[in-house]
Ligand binder design. Sequence first.
Ligand SMILES: Cc1ncc(COP(=O)(O)O)c(C=O)c1O
Length: 428
Amino acid sequence: MTFREDLDLAADWVESYRRRVSDLPVAAQVEPGAIRSSLPGSPPEQGEPFEAMLRDLDEVILPGITHWNHPRFFAWFSNTASEPGILAELLIASLNVNNMTWLASPAATELEVTVLDWLAQLLGLPREWHGHIEDTASTATVAALAAARTLKPGGVVYASEQANFSVEKAARLVGLEFRKVDVDDAFRMRADFPLDDATAVVATVGTTGTTSVDPVAELARRCEDAGVWLHVDAAYAGSAWVCPELRWSLEGVDRADSVVVNPHKWLFTPMDCSTLWTRRPEVLHEAFALVPHYLAATQGAVDLKDFGPALGRRFRALKLWFVLRWYGAEGLRALIREHVRLAQLFAALVEAEPGWEVVAPHPFSTVCFRHVESDNDVIARAATATGELFVASASLRGQRMIRLAIGNEQTTEDDIRRSWEVIRSCAT
Ligand SMILES: Cc1ncc(COP(=O)(O)O)c(C=O)c1O
């Protein structure tokens, strides 16, 4: 077989997978160790044909795959490997650029800077900020806190008790103490805690639990007065800013020091792609810039390795560029609006059903709900075990609840109605 023939086989596989994914059980239902025990214990001595690998992908690997690209995947935050994203990943691997410095591939750096400027415009962020891509929001937050630490070493990082655990992990990694701040009735971080010992505050727009929005404007005002770094974690909900009617949640972000948004969550870009902007690039630079003798800087160029922890950097800008061009601002707005509409529809179905309640505001595409009498973990597990959909359960104020997070491009109203019927029937 030639490489060209293998490429055709891969293309056929991808096309057929996308057509049949909605008929597969969403969550893998295998016991720990099941896939490992089906795999050979040692690598082959002789090379094998691509066909053999594709066969094993279907027979051995697929039964253990949870289909994130399934239209009824609603666990954690669902996402989309869109067509432009998939095509771009093939080209990214073909080019195999390591975008560590400008000299390492000038177009990769300049495309990244350009695409981050495009995305800043689409999201309503200040265009003069520096933007670059990290693998994940976890890494982006490490970068932001490392920058904050150069200004105020040894202090405390404050974040909402509803903040993603990656914030606490980042604080730990950069050697800063982490303290949780209480939330109000709508699960928003309170803004009245003392800042005397603070190095940084992390506000979240779209918390992982309930998608609540912290009072960023008020926190920005206080952080400015106290000389404290404000980082905004908008990993999930930042994508909503493409829609003007959802920009209420952007209020105050322009006064933050840094903000992270994950196109790999709700902007139809395959894993991984996390965008970080800062209005103080010189502080990130101070935290990360080192110029070894074998990587001399180029006069007049920016070296993106100087703004984050990693030296090796994938050419992620290519997939983000393809996604933004493929959908256009209009297409992105239409998808986000549809997901928000579907979430409101789902919440209405829950509210209308005796014995069920929605337990948190749902301004975006995620709904938290519970059955008031039954065990919600059991319901979520039973609904997922049908293979029809995947929902996860979580805790809120000491009670277990179920989260339904919409974010896949292919999800339709029919998927939402069908999923509600399955979940409902699992409570009886
Ligand atoms: C609000 C929020 N921030 C940060 C993260 C971490 O994102 P990543 O997996 O890109 O590190 C998540 C993950 O779900 C999240 O929900």
